[in-house]
Design a protein around this ligand. Structure first.
Ligand code: GAP
Length: 430
C-alpha cells in the first residue's frame, strides 16, 4: 500500500461521511477531526467491541468514566508538568516545525537542510477554571486518560466487591498539543484512548504482564483482517521509564511503516505512590485474607480508539478489478465494526407496495440491528456506496418479493446474490 492510498482513504472518509476535518469552513484547525454519520457508528461499534472484551466478559474488570479536567495537582504528581515534553526543531528556511524523528535530514515541506537545535516544550493543554479574574485557577485537559483511574482507585475498592487482582477500564478523551499532528486521525491533538489499569500484588506482576500482553494481541488479531500487519515492539532500555522493567508496543504496519497501536506498560507502584505523596491520602491496599498492606502494582494497556479505527480502514480498503473492466472500491471492514449491518433497497421508489414491504423489513431488522435505507438511483450505484462504507449485506425488495416473500441479499465481499425468505433475514444477516 502506498502513500497514495492514504490520500485516497482521506478522500473516501470525507466523501462517505466517516471523518471530516474539524472547522473545515474556516479552513480547518490542525489536529482536530469530527466523525460523520457513518464514522460515529463505526467508532461506537469499535468502543463497544473493546468494552465487551475487556469489561463485559470478565469478572475481574469494572469500568469508569472520568472527567476530562481534574485537580491541577494531578499533573504535578503524575510528572506531566515537568516531564510531558516533546522536542521540536525548526527549518531555518521555511520556519515550519517538526519532531526531530519525523525528518530524514531534509525538511518535508521545503527540502531545506538546516534546522535549529531541538527545544523542549510541554504538550499539556492549559485552561482556566473559575469566573472572576484573580480567582481563576490554571487547570489542564488530561494529557492521558488513565490518571482518572488512579484517582478513583480507592473509590472503586470501597464501592465494589473487587479484590486484587482486578482491573479498572475506561474509554475517554485525552489532549496533547502535538507539534505535527498528521495522517488523518493517526496523530491528533484531541483523541480517545482505551485504557485498562490492572492492579496486582507485586509478586505476581510478571505473570499478569505476560497475560495482558498476549490478550491484547489476540484482541487486535480478531479485529484486523491482515494479521501479518501486527507485531510487538519491545522498548529498548533507554526508552523505558525508570520504574518499568519492560514495555512493549503492539504495532500495525501502515503505508508509512510500522506504527504504535497500543502500549503495554509496566507501571509498578509509581502512580499510586505519587498520588499518595501529593494528596496525603493512603492509597495502599489491605488484603482481606492475609491483612497484608501494600501499594498494588499496575499493568497498563493503553491504545488509541481513533488511531485503531483509522488502521481498520487502512486494513479494510481494497480496489478490485471487475470483469467489466471497472474498479470497485470496497471496505472489507470487520462486520462488527461496520456502521450498518445491512442496507435496505426498494427496487423502485414509486411503487407503494414495494416501498411498504421494504419499510416493513427495515422496521423488522432495525429492532436489533443498525440498518440503513436507500431508495435513490439505480441498484448498481447503491451497491457502490455501501461497498465504500463496508456494509456487509444489501437487501433488495423487488416485484417477486410481493409474490413469494423473498428478497435478494448481496454479499459485500463475494458480491454473490441469493434469494432469502424474509422470515429468515434476521438470522441470515447475523
Ligand atoms: N497512559 C499511557 C499512555 O497514554 P501513550 O503511549 O502515550 O500511553 C497510548 O498513548 C495510545 O494512545 C497510543 O498507543 C496511541 O494509540 C494513542 N495516542 C497517543 N497519542 C496520540 C495522538 N496524538 N493522536 C492519536 N492517538 C494517540
Amino acid at each position: 500500500m502506498s502513500e497514495d492510498t492514504l490520500q485516497k482513504i482521506t478522500a473516501l472518509a470525507k466523501r462517505r461521511g466517516i471523518i471530516y476535518q474539524n472547522s473545515e469552513i474556516y479552513g480547518g484547525f490542525s489536529g482536530f477531526y469530527d466523525y460523520g454519520p457513518v464514522g460515529v457508528e463505526m467508532k461506537n461499534n469499535l468502543k463497544s467491541y473493546w468494552w465487551k472484551d475487556i469489561v463485559d466478559r470478565r469478572e475481574n474488570v469494572v469500568g469508569i468514566d472520568g472527567a476530562i479536567i481534574t485537580h491541577p495537582t494531578v499533573w504535578e504528581a503524575s510528572g506531566h508538568i515537568k516531564g510531558f515534553a516533546d522536542e521540536v526543531i525548526e527549518c531555518k528556511k521555511c520556519h515550519k516545525r517538526f519532531r526531530p524523528e519525523d525528518i530524514d535530514g531534509k525538511c518535508p515541506n521545503c527540502k531545506g537542510t538546516e534546522f535549529t537545535k531541538p527545544r523542549k516544550y510541554n504538550m499539556l493543554f492549559k485552561t482556566e477554571v473559575g469566573v472572576l479574574e484573580g480567582e481563576k485557577v490554571d487547570a489542564y485537559l488530561r494529557g492521558e486518560a488513565c490518571q482518572t483511574i488512579y484517582l478513583n482507585f480507592k473509590n472503586v475498592i470501597d464501592s465494589t466487591r473487587q479484590q486484587i487482582p482486578f482491573g479498572i477500564a475506561q474509554i475517554g478523551k485525552a489532549f496533547r498539543n502535538e507539534v505535527t499532528p498528521n495522517k488523518l486521525t493517526f496523530r491528533t491533538r484531541e483523541f480517545e484512548q482505551w485504557d485498562l489499569q490492572f492492579f496486582v500484588h507485586p509478586d505476581n506482576m510478571e505473570k499478569w504482564y505476560e497475560y495482558w500482553k498476549k490478550e491484547r494481541m489476540e484482541f487486535y488479531k480478531t479485529l484486523y483482517r491482515k494479521q501479518d500487519n501486527l507485531r510487538y515492539r519491545q522498548h529498548p532500555e533507554d526508552e523505558l521509564a525508570f520504574y518499568a522493567k519492560l514495555a512493549f508496543d503492539i504495532e500495525y504496519k501502515t503505508p508509512w511503516g510500522w506504527a504504535e497501536n497500543e502500549g503495554i506498560h509496566w507501571r509498578a507502584d509509581y502512580d499510586l505512590t505519587q498520588h499518595s505523596k501529593f494528596s496525603g491520602k493512603n492509597l495502599t491496599y489491605r488484603d482481606p485474607k492475609t491483612q497484608e498492606k501494600y501499594f498494588p502494582w499496575i499493568v497498563e494497556t493503553s491504545g488509541g480508539v481513533d488511531r485503531t479505527l483509522f488502521f481498520l480502514i487502512l486494513d479494510a480498503y481494497e480496489e478490485e478489478k471487475l470483469e467489466n473492466g471497472k474498479t470497485r472500491v470496497v471496505l472489507k471492514i470487520n462486520k462488527d465494526i461496520a456502521a450498518y449491518k445491512a442496507a435496505i433497497f426498494p427496487l423502485v421508489n414509486n411503487k407503494e407496495e414495494i416501498l411498504n414491504k421494504a419499510r416493513d423489513i427495515f422496521n423488522l431488522l432495525s429492532e436489533n440491528n443498525k440498518v440503513v435505507w436507500d431508495d435513490r438511483g439505480n441498484i448498481g450505484k447503491r451497491y457502490r456506496y455501501q461497498d465504500e462504507i463496508g456494509t456487509p449485506h444489501c437487501i433488495t425488495i423487488d416485484y417477486d418479493s410481493l409474490k413469494d416473500n423473498t428478497v435478494t441479499v448481496r454479499d459485500r465481499d463475494t458480491m454473490e446474490q441469493e434469494r432469502v425468505k424474509i422470515e429468515d433475514l434476521e438470522s441470515f444477516i447475523r
